[in-house]
Design a protein around this ligand. Structure first.
Ligand code: ZN
Ligand code: MN
Length: 134
């Protein structure tokens, strides 16, 4: 929580609740998910507050916005380089912290100095596989 003071984010109780919900959260929630969870404690909180707080955090590099779920943006408070697995059925997103040694040829690199990558693996999770009896 301390670090948010440094980025100049005014810490209202509502924003603190949003930050608290995100801290260590590995579910990659959407803005709607966050709103649902946090408005239980703060019934007067508006969706706009959640949305605007997420925008501010994203601009300051405190959360990542993931676009792997085509239906809605998902947010990741873990801003360290990592990869993702996504279930095509239930849209669950799981972190992968392995390093893949991807070699990118000089011509593909187009003069870029490569500093990172993000791999999205798609599949069907165990739970969904079971539910569909395959
Ligand atoms: Zn699934
Ligand atoms: Mn993640």
């Amino acid at each position: 929580m301390e670090k948010y003071k440094d980025i100049g984010l005014k810490l209202t109780p509502q924003r603190l609740a949003i930050l608290g919900y995100l801290e260590g959260n590995k579910e990659h929630p959407s803005a709607e998910d966050i709103y649902k969870a946090v408005s239980k404690k703060f019934p007067t909180m508006s969706f706009a507050t959640v949305y605007n707080t997420l925008e501010t955090l994203r601009e300051r590099g405190e959360v990542l916005e993931l676009t792997i779920d085509p239906n809605k943006k998902r947010f990741d408070p873990n801003t360290k380089f990592h990869h993702h697995l996504i279930c095509l059925k239930c849209k669950k997103i799981i972190d992968i912290h392995s390093d893949y040694n991807l070699d990118i040829s000089k011509s593909d690199r187009a003069g870029f100095e490569i500093v990172g990558n993000h791999i999205e693996f798609y599949g069907i999770c165990q739970k969904c596989k079971k539910a569909h009896g395959s």
